[in-house]
Write a protein that binds this ligand. Structure first.
Ligand code: AMP
Length: 418
């Protein structure tokens, strides 16, 4: 009997191999495209029953990646539904920046660090030019191909920005990469949040371990303030009006050089501009790319000559002699978190009864067309609001606060409908 299932035909095209990894939202397999012989990576996202609704995270990733075509952004080759799962087919990438940073057999020269940072910023600059925020920048979302090219991946949390009165959820980014305005609960933010995360990645390349490893949001702020001094209102006037603002004990900034003893003056200058407290005065990605750090010697290493891991990932072993912010507690909070120091009512639009079913219906139709465009012509895409895909195995680094996760899922879905 003839096979009437078109999605099976598409699925048969790919020969599944080993599991490559598991992200927050699905398992990723290595596979061979039998039509082209190309090795690909397939992200399998489980979809529930149609009546459960839409898995917006997957659809968000498809929608954005369809628009983003750049040499420093992962290529989405194909997307198709099969056996209740949505499959996203990506170009295969050999390793990621976290594996490079962790590999003790790798020596990263200043030119190598410059090259990895430049590719990261180029990918981000392209996103920002297209008004897309990544919102989950961290070393293991920066994939590296066999030619050494670094590409931004995992656009599950990404979204369009630009409209000044849009309110977004602040529960984005793995905590260690979260900008202070997000930690203070801002709902209106822009590309500066990706700049902060890129600065954390820059610092991690220099130190070979995560720079600011907070164990809670308040602890994260404490670590940031221990590194750069407690911000003053004159330095960051809007800080006092942020929804979750809490006052911290004042501590002065230690010299930046004490944190990065081996770094050049240009490195420290760029780092300090990327780590500016006030998002309005933080350097943009484009300005960072034009910073003299990238044109002064040594020039960035050609990507094909960059060192890459030969063995499996190793656990991070921090044995540096530099001032270690993660072993001390940083400044103390002077006012109770999220209570008495609220100087502005929390007008979180997504809480309570802000859910609007009519907009969800509109959006489902839009999403059907979108996903159908990526599958076969006459096929309606399977829809799901399958929250179970958010309960994957715990990552070895904090990603999104686990306590925030179910809240975040709902907020992201509502955000997607705006
Ligand atoms: P993600 O859900 O995108 O965070 O992916 C989970 C894991 O799968 C990553 O940490 C990588 O180890 C692996 N992975 C994701 N995409 C690719 C790819 N295009 N090529 C190779 N490995 C990948």
């Amino acid at each position: 009997m003839a096979d009437l299932d078109p999605s099976k035909k598409v699925a048969d095209r790919y020969l599944k191999r080993e599991v490559l990894g598991e992200g927050t939202y699905g398992v990723v397999y290595k596979a061979i495209d039998t039509q082209t012989g190309q090795t690909v990576a397939i992200k399998k996202i489980r979809l529930g029953k149609q009546k459960e609704g839409v898995n917006f995270t997957a659809l968000r990733e498809i929608k954005l990646l369809k628009e983003l075509k750049d040499s420093n952004i992962i290529e989405l080759i194909d997307a198709f539904p099969h056996k209740g799962n949505l499959h996203l087919v990506f170009e295969f990438m050999e390793t990621d920046l976290e594996a490079v940073i962790r590999d003790r057999n790798i020596f990263l020269s200043p030119a190598d660090i410059k090259s990895y940072l430049q590719m990261t910023l180029k990918g981000l600059a392209y996103c920002h030019k297209k008004w897309v925020l990544h919102r989950d920048m961290k070393p293991n979302n920066l994939l590296i191909g066999s030619n050494g090219q670094l590409k931004l991946a995992d656009f599950g949390l990404a979204r369009i920005f630009g409209s000044p009165d849009r309110r977004f959820t602040h529960q984005v980014f793995a905590r260690w990469y979260r900008a202070p305005e997000l930690l203070f609960g801002t709902k209106q933010y822009g590309s500066a949040v990706d700049v902060w995360a890129a600065a954390c990645i820059f610092a991690e390349l220099l130190l070979r371990r995560p720079f600011l490893q907070g164990s809670s949001d308040i602890d994260q702020l404490g670590k940031i303030f221990a590194a750069f001094g407690t911000p003053t209102p004159s330095q960051w006037p809007d800080m006092l009006y942020l929804p979750d603002y809490v006052e911290f004990q004042y501590v002065p900034a230690p010299p930046l050089r004490s944190l990065f003893p081996m770094a050049s003056d240009d490195t420290l200058d760029l780092l300090s501009k990327m780590f500016a407290y006030d998002p309005k005065s933080r350097i943009t990605i484009q300005q960072a790319l034009e910073h003299r750090y990238f044109t002064s010697a040594p020039l960035p290493t050609d990507p094909s000559k960059l060192p890459r891991p030969t063995s499996k990932r190793e656990p991070t072993n921090s044995n540096s002699r530099v001032l270690d912010l993660n072993s001390n507690d940083g400044p103390t909070v002077l006012s109770p978190p999220r209570k008495s120091r609220r100087v502005m009512p929390d007008r979180e639009a997504f809480e309570g009864n802000a859910y609007r079913a009519d907009r969800l219906d509109d959006h489902v139709n839009e999403v059907r067309e979108l996903a159908a465009g990526n599958t076969s012509k006459n096929e309606a895409a399977p829809m799901s609001l399958d929250f179970s895909v958010f309960g994957g195995k715990p990552p070895n680094r904090p990603t999104i606060n686990s306590a925030d996760r179910s809240h975040l899922k709902r907020k992201l879905d509502l955000e997607f409908q705006q």
